[in-house]
Design a binder for this molecule. Structure first.
Ligand code: ADP
Ligand code: MG
Length: 687
């Protein structure tokens, strides 16, 4: 087998499974191996019932409990002809549904380890559908890290890990493209070893080594691609003529608020780029709520005024349609008469055609959309400015994509990911940077609290009162639905619980990433219109959403999120004039978790928060926590891996100095890898 072999060569993968894999962009054997686990599962150490006491027991946590079976399980039939099997041992009630065979497995006298989530129910402990193991088998499972992959409908974790296991038994499938001297100098492990260990780590140490190698590669290829291309490209001349800025000044006078100093400074920097003779390539960085959208709008209105088209590209349908509405409102308020057009992938064919038509016929249209703006068959007229909001920068490449569509616009990238200057220069080396350094000062600072689960009823009361006062609330849960592999609250069940608690007068809505685009947009619109008062959601609302009337953000299992992410979530409130509140529910008992969350309590400064988080985390502490938001690396995290980022940057510099065109035969594999990685990224962008 080779890296480029079709996945049907793997035992157990037929045309049907192949089709599902293709939907998530997996075509070849190599593609499967490069889809790294999302996290790892470890069976908890075996305990005996005596180990459980007030101090150690955590409600809802997964345990492996060793129990002697003293009696036979009891099975009864339900009215719908299903079976319920129960067994209570040492005060722990265990229940299996539709699994009559359990009775045969669990014979009195045996000792077994029961594995599952343990709940407190009235006065006793309870486990639903526990798995059970021979104590010896279980002992072998503890200490092993089992990979957990991102799944899609029809694809199980089992299928993926089996396929991966099979592939890892093959001879080395990959060539190590990293020049030997770099690998040695950086003390990085070999590529095939890293691939093996990232899927099935022998130990925590080897996992850390593997990850470090792959993180280095990610940064290295990214920076390499950026610098290599940049070298090929001179500054491009601009053929757009931006003039008559007094038009924008006129709009600013009509704003209901005064622009902050940071907004003004950024505005002037962008203005002078547009008026200059070269194409703009600029990053506008500003913390959540700093007011980037209005800046975008002002320039798009200016373009329109001058007879140019402009487009803003958002990472999600929800955000795109929100911008669409905001921009329409602005146009109304400012008395502007320019067409605002929406284009997203989820729109109906007929609606899309209508948008195409408007775009084709209106050389001064303000265009709002998602990636559909580059994918679909849009024909732009005079497209002078493209703004990307809250997403992975694509700088040069993005412009190229637009160039292929017949226009080479100015590019403005907006991001709320806080980065220190030194990292910014590495990551955005090909861009100029503007920073909005403060949020509008008149706003009341958000009041925070970090509390345990006991506080929930109080939090609901708080929400109730805020809703009574006319406001709205978000509740964030880490999961969409109950999951075997991860602990934490899920949006579906939580919605039910909260609705019951809040009563029928308060409308509770649900939002998560598995919903269809149009559905999501509809829910978000109802929330914006206050038809829904409480929105139970996953982190899909993390990016950019603006509902100024929302004043409470309650985050369940806050300990499961990265601090920067929590900061982004918190940024969804405190956007209007009213006092806002953020309630972090901490479900972890560790001191570090508490310490981490306390940081959010103390500070509202995104960069400070991200850098503190880094200091508090240990080397093995990277599961499931991702910081970088819109900087879409697969494994790498710019804060946590800041030193790798620097090292990769230095390595690229010295390599390109010695071999600027990558002509050296030793660098052939590297050049190829870099080119395919660029192609891959573009493909991912278009998925
Ligand atoms: P972000 O930078 O996170 O994208 P937004 O652009 O969504 O932030 O702005 C958040 C809110 O702040 C919006 O409701 C916007 O109208 C408001 N806003 C923007 N600039 C100012 C300002 N200078 N003073 C007061 N409010 C502002
Ligand atoms: Mg925004």
């Amino acid at each position: 087998m080779e890296k480029i072999s079709p996945i049907t060569e793997i035992k157990g993968i037929g045309p049907k499974t192949e089709e599902i894999f293709q939907k998530i962009g997996v075509y070849t054997v190599g593609d499967i191996l490069l889809r790294f686990p999302r996290t790892y599962m470890q069976y908890p150490p075996m305990i005996v019932p005596e180990d459980l006491n007030e101090d150690t027991f955590v409600d809802g946590k997964i345990y492996g409990i060793c129990l002697r079976i003293t009696k036979s399980p009891f099975t009864k039939n339900t009215r719908s002809h299903k079976t319920i099997t129960t067994l209570t041992l040492s005060g722990i009630e265990m229940v299996w549904f539709s699994a009559p065979y359990v009775k045969n497995d669990l014979r009195a006298g045996k000792v077994m380890v029961f594995y599952g989530k343990l709940y407190k129910k009235q006065n006793h402990l309870h486990m639903d559908q526990p798995k059970y193991f021979d104590p010896e088998d279980y002992a072998n499972l503890v200490d092993v890290y089992l990979p957990i992959y991102s799944l899609t409908k029809g694809l199980s974790n089992e299928t993926i890990s089996k396929a991966v296991k099979q592939l890892l038994n093959e001879e080395n499938l990959f060539q190590d493209y990293l020049p030997n001297d770099i690998r040695k100098a950086q003390h990085l492990c070999e590529y095939n070893y890293a691939i093996k260990q990232i899927h099935f780590p022998d130990s925590m140490d080897s996992l850390i080594d593997a990850r470090r190698r792959l993180v280095f590669d990610e940064f290295f290829l990214f920076i390499m691609a950026m610098r290599y291309q940049n070298k090929l490209r001179e500054k491009e001349k601009s053929d757009f003529c931006f003039k008559d800025f007094s038009f924008v000044e006129g709009l600013i006078k009509k704003l209901p608020f005064e622009l902050t100093e940071g907004q003004m400074k950024s505005l002037m920097e962008i203005k002078s780029d547009l008026e200059g003779s070269y194409k703009m390539q600029r990053l506008l960085q500003g913390d959540v709520g700093s007011g980037k959208t209005i800046i975008a709008f002002l320039f798009m209105a200016w373009a329109s005024h001058l007879g140019y088209q402009s487009a803003i590209m958002a990472p999600t349908e929800v955000l795109a349609s929100q911008h669409y509405e905001t921009f329409q409102n602005y146009c109304k308020e400012f008395g502007l008469n320019c067409p605002v057009v929406l284009l997203t992938g989820q729109m109906k064919a007929k609606e899309k055609r209508e948008s195409y038509r408007i775009i084709e016929e209106n050389p001064s249209a303000i265009i709002v959309g998602t990636h559909a703006l580059i994918q679909e068959k849009v024909v732009y007229q005079n497209l002078a400015l493209v703004i990307t909001d809250e997403q992975h920068r694509f700088g040069v490449k993005q412009r190229e994509t637009f160039s292929n569509k017949g226009s080479a616009p100015h590019i403005l990238v907006m991001s709320a990911t806080p980065i220190p200057r030194t990292l910014g220069i590495i990551l955005y080396g090909d861009m100029d940077i503007s920073v909005i350094d403060h949020v509008p000062s008149k706003r009341l600072p958000i009041k925070n609290c970090v509390v345990g689960t006991k506080f929930r009823p109080k939090a609901y009361e708080w929400i109730k009162n805020e809703v009574k006062a006319g406001h709205q609330a978000y509740i964030i849960c880490p999961l969409v639905e109950e999951s075997e592999n991860s602990e934490g609250e899920n949006v579906k069940d939580y919605t039910k619980t909260v609705s019951e608690y809040l009563g029928s007068d308060i409308k509770v809505g649900t939002l998560h990433g598995k919903m269809k685009g149009a559905e999501k947009v509809a829910i978000m619109e109802s929330f914006l219109k206050n038809e829904i008062q409480v929105l139970v959601s996953t982190t899909v609302v993390e990016v950019g959403v603006n509902v100024p009337n929302a004043t409470v953000m309650m985050i369940e299992n806050a300990d499961k999120f990265g601090l920067a992410q929590l900061h982004q979530l918190r940024g969804r409130v405190g956007r209007g004039d009213a006092q806002s509140y953020c309630i972090f529910i901490n479900t972890s008992t560790t001191k570090t978790a508490k310490k981490r969350l306390e940081i959010l309590n103390q500070s509202n400064d995104g960069f400070y928060i991200a850098s503190c988080d880094l200091k508090l985390r240990g080397p093995g502490d990277f599961f499931g926590i991702r910081q970088s938001g819109d900087l879409a690396f697969t494994l790498a995290d710019i804060y946590q891996d800041a030193s790798e980022l620097q090292a990769a940057s230095d390595a690229v510099d010295s390599l390109l100095e010695s071999d600027p065109d990558l002509m050296n035969i030793e660098h052939k594999a590297l050049k190829y890898e870099m080119e395919t990685s660029i192609a891959k990224q573009i493909e991912r962008m278009n998925l």
